[in-house]
Ligand binder design. Structure first.
Ligand SMILES: Nc1nc2c(c(=O)[nH]1)N[C@H]1C(S)=C(S)[C@@H](COP(=O)(O)OP(=O)(O)OC[C@H]3O[C@@H](n4cnc5c(N)ncnc54)[C@H](O)[C@@H]3O)O[C@H]1N2
Ligand code: MOO
Ligand SMILES: [Mg+2]
Length: 439
């Protein structure tokens, strides 16, 4: 059987094709108790000032500063303590000249008072059956007052829709009384590995067989992207049953990732399955390594990602192509891997006509970011994924890369990047400059 020729698409064009097809996953309301790491679908605006009233930042006495104007070690002044309030209580008295209110941290400053003096700075006594304090220093107006609105003012836009809910944002939700929150729905991402050679994790090795690592790896990647996972039993490379499995899985998923069976081999059935489904194949070859066989198709409103069976290629395919589909569908403002630059700490002599994504370790030294390739640089490698915390992006060309070269790097942790990436990592003409050898 003749092998159909595939035309490799530059990585940036492949990403653009995907971006042209993304759709929003919809919005749902959920409880504040279950919103961790979800993506906000509404802007959060301060619905009142914080703090909402002037309050005491210390345990002390609310006083009128004027009363202490002439207070000193030699001329202590005495005030009568008229009541005590804790946080949550409101004073009954207005503080008039000669009066003080014993006040605890967080309590509303009583009318008439314009300063607080800490407990430790006064002497307390009872005289004539009255609680009194003696003050030996002057206190300035506004001293030790937390002012209404000093943290944030009513009407301030605090968090934009499309932001991931962190513990800090949960505090904001609670502060302003959002107990049910609009968030983007999480797409359901099915993961189905094909390969007659595959065993499940709990099975003993047999001749010619290997355990299915891709499905579990992809599930972990996609879960970290914030989607819901449906992990399917791995399947043999059999056209008819695989077609049926995929068709069924598409009924209950928004995105279906398959791993393996996507190249040109006798048992690589994914290309034929896309055809039989009538799926629109956006691309089936990308000018990149690893992952050149990555195929992406759309079928009705579903996505099909045919990731490579080779573990490292599978990993790269998920980060480059699945990530933006999931995150853009939740209006995440930076839905792509984060792009940055670093100096190469080792020669990378292997030239490649395609853009190469090298699993690597990014670290910082006094000169800035440094990046070191990690482990075996083959698309079949699984151990190079252990330490890798980034991918070096080497534009295709005829030369290798020397120690000290400034290279583009992408990472999948924390905040991402917008598209297009801010320096043209993928264009040959951009020839990332080689800096003088530094080490
Ligand atoms: N004649 C050609 N052969 C190949 C080409 C090509 O262009 N022409 N491309 C090569 C490249 S590049 C890659 S990458 C692989 C992609 O192969 P498939 O996506 O079809 O994947 P499989 O053939 O099913 O498996 C490849 C490799 O990965 C192992 N594998 C598969 N599934 C898993 C899994 N779930 N967990 C762990 N490892 C898995 C499988 O045993 C194979 O060793 O094709 C090249 N060939
Ligand atoms: O798709 Mo393959 O990973 O380029 O080696
Ligand atoms: Mg194959």
């Amino acid at each position: 059987m003749a092998v159909t020729k595939r035309t490799p698409l530059p990585v940036a064009e492949a990403v653009n094709k995907i971006l042209n097809h993304t759709r929003l996953w919809g919005i749902e309301k959920i409880s504040i108790n279950e919103c961790d790491n979800r993506i906000l679908a509404e802007d959060l605006t301060a619905t009142h000032d914080v703090p909402p009233f002037n309050r005491s930042p210390y345990d002390g006495f609310a006083i009128r500063s004027e009363d202490t104007k002439h207070a000193s070690l030699d001329h202590p002044i005495t005030l009568n303590v008229v009541e005590t309030i804790g946080a949550g209580q409101v004073a009954e008295h207005e503080v008039k000249s000669g009066m003080a209110v014993r006040i605890m941290t967080g309590a509303k400053i009583p009318e008439g008072a314009d300063a607080v003096i800490m407990l430790e700075l006064v002497k307390e006594r009872v005289a004539d059956n009255k609680n009194q304090i003696i003050i030996k220093r002057s206190v300035k107006k506004d001293e030790n007052i937390s002012f209404q609105g000093e943290d944030t003012q009513e009407g301030t836009l605090l968090v934009k829709a499309g932001t991931k809910i962190t513990p800090g944002i949960v505090a904001i939700l609670a502060t302003f009384g959002y107990h049910r929150i609009s968030v983007y729905k999480q797409p359901v991402v099915g993961i189905l590995s094909t390969g007659t050679e595959l065993l499940d994790v709990n099975e003993e090795l047999q001749p010619g067989k290997i355990r299915n690592s891709n499905a579990y790896m992809c599930a972990a990647q996609v879960r970290a992207m914030g989607a819901k996972i449906k992990l399917y039993q791995h399947r043999e490379d059999n056209f008819d049953s695989l077609y049926k499995n995929i068709k069924e899985a598409l009924q209950e998923t928004d995105v279906l990732i398959t791993t393996g069976g996507v190249s040109v081999g006798d048992y690589d059935f994914l290309p034929e399955i896309y055809k039989k489904l009538g799926a629109e194949v956006l691309f089936n070859k990308v000018a990149m390594r690893p992952g050149s066989v990555t195929t992406v198709a759309v079928y009705e409103d579903k996505w099909l990602f045919g990731l490579s069976g080779n573990p490292s290629a599978c990993f790269v395919g998920a980060e480059l192509f699945v990530r933006p589909v999931i995150l853009k569908g939740m209006s995440v403002l930076k839905p792509h891997c984060k792009v940055t630059k670093a100096l190469l700490s080792k020669d990378f002599p292997k030239p490649n006509p395609f853009t190469r994504f090298v699993r690597a370790i990014l670290s910082e030294d006094i000169d800035g970011n440094v990046v070191t390739p990690a482990g075996l640089d083959k698309s079949s490698s699984v151990s190079s994924l252990i330490e890798a915390n980034c991918l070096i992006v080497l534009p295709g060309g005829t030369r290798g890369w020397e120690t000290g070269s400034e290279v583009g790097v992408i990472t999948w942790h924390g905040e991402g990047s917008e598209w297009p990436w801010d320096h043209p990592l993928f264009s040959k003409s951009s020839a990332i400059k080689t800096v003088e050898k530094q080490r």
